[in-house]
Design a protein around this ligand. Structure first.
Ligand code: G4F
Length: 331
């Protein structure tokens, strides 16, 4: 059986990737942070599957900066593939906590690469990079050759990590790849990201549980795809004969207003009646014109993004309406 280890297994991408790998008959190991809560809702279906948990899915406690523990786990599990998905991934928060962001998103990646460099049996390594590395690019859409010009602490940290992955590939022969991901969302998206904040609010407002939704800037545009497509591409990247970097994107950018339209239309409401702008959610600096050219992924990985913005918004709102209803029944 092939085996893989994931950092960030409890997150949106980690939970989808774990399911996809288990469906491909992998043994899956996940690194998780030790906290007082053992709640890991995105992994719940896997925990409760007696054929899976502790049979083909194993969790290990390790923080990203605990290199001794991570090295020990890697020596013991000897995975074929390592998917590095963890980090401080909220761009807005990175302005508040730039040191933490660089420590986990930037240095955390370097520390993992250093461990892998020393292993006799090196796993193939995938790093989840981000469109944030391009910041305010001169051209759109961006491809793998577009210069990196980050304008947020998160983008700077990801640029460092992305370049380190390239360096370890070129200088130390590690099979290391960057998945340069544009925004990818789903019903498992964290609640502080704008799409999920909107889908949750549209659902709650339609059920009479909420009236207003406070947002920051509505001017931004994003290239929004569906998360499971992106984790599938990550797996495809590590099956190639040679390591490389790939842009993962839909190729179409929509505004936050477009997402609001789609989400509120799904419950037959006008977002203009409910949305208020709040300076609290404005960022000191914003990226612009981020839209990806995923031609290389299409040609080499036979990969395309499958879900358009309207389908994505409807799926998320439908899920959140159901969740509100379930909460009401259980409460
Ligand atoms: O949903 P967001 O927080 O996503 P952002 O900043 O594009 O970052 C996400 O995608 C990146 C690219 O793939 C990842 F690297 C990163 O880890 C993360 O997954 O914000 C999207 C836009 C921004 O322009 C923001 O200013 O929405 C705007 N916005 C307006 N009101 C808001 C809000 N964003 C958030 N999070 N919360 C608001 O209330």
């Amino acid at each position: 059986m092939p085996s893989a280890i994931l950092t960030g297994i409890t997150g949106q991408d980690g939970s989808y990737l774990a399911e996809q790998l288990l469906n491909k008959n992998y043994v899956v190991h996940g690194l998780v942070r030790r906290t007082s809560s053992t709640q890991r809702v995105r992994l719940d279906p896997l925990f409760h599957d007696s054929e899976v948990y502790n049979k083909r899915l194993f969790l290990h406690y390790a923080d990203l900066d605990d290199t001794t523990t991570i090295r020990r786990i890697l020596l013991k599990t000897e995975p074929d593939e390592l998917y590095h998905l963890a980090g401080q991934s909220h761009v807005g928060a990175s302005f508040e906590i730039p040191e933490t962001t660089c420590q986990f998103t930037g240095m955390g990646t370097l520390k993992l690469l250093e461990i892998v460099r020393d292993l006799a049996k090196k796993p193939r390594f995938l790093h989840i990079s981000s469109s944030e590395i391009f910041g305010r690019p001169d051209s759109a859409p961006q491809n793998e050759e577009t210069p990196m010009r980050p304008v947020t602490p998160y983008g700077v940290a990801k640029t460092f990590a992305t370049n380190m992955v390239r360096l370890y590939r070129d200088s130390f022969g590690v099979f290391a790849c960057n998945a340069i991901c544009y925004n990818h969302e789903s019903e498992r998206r964290g609640e502080s990201f704008v799409t999920r904040k909107i889908s949750k609010a549209a659902a709650a407002i339609s059920l009479g549980l909420q009236d207003k939704l406070k947002l920051g800037s509505l001017d931004g545009k994003r290239d929004w795809g569906y998360a499971p497509d992106y984790t599938d591409a990550m797996w495809r990247m590590l099956q190639q004969p040679t390591p490389d970097d790939y842009i993962l994107a839909t190729g179409t950018a929509y505004s936050i207003r477009d997402f609001l339209d789609a989400a509120f239309q799904a419950v037959k409401l006008n977002w203009q009646d409910h949305v208020e702008q709040d300076p609290k959610y404005m960022r000191p600096s914003e990226v612009t014109h981020l839209v990806g050219d995923a031609r290389k992924a299409r040609e080499k990985l036979d990969w395309v993004a499958t879900t358009n913005l309207r389908e994505l918004a409807e799926r998320m709102v439908r899920h959140d309406r159901q969740q509100h209803a379930d909460n009401k029944n259980s409460g």
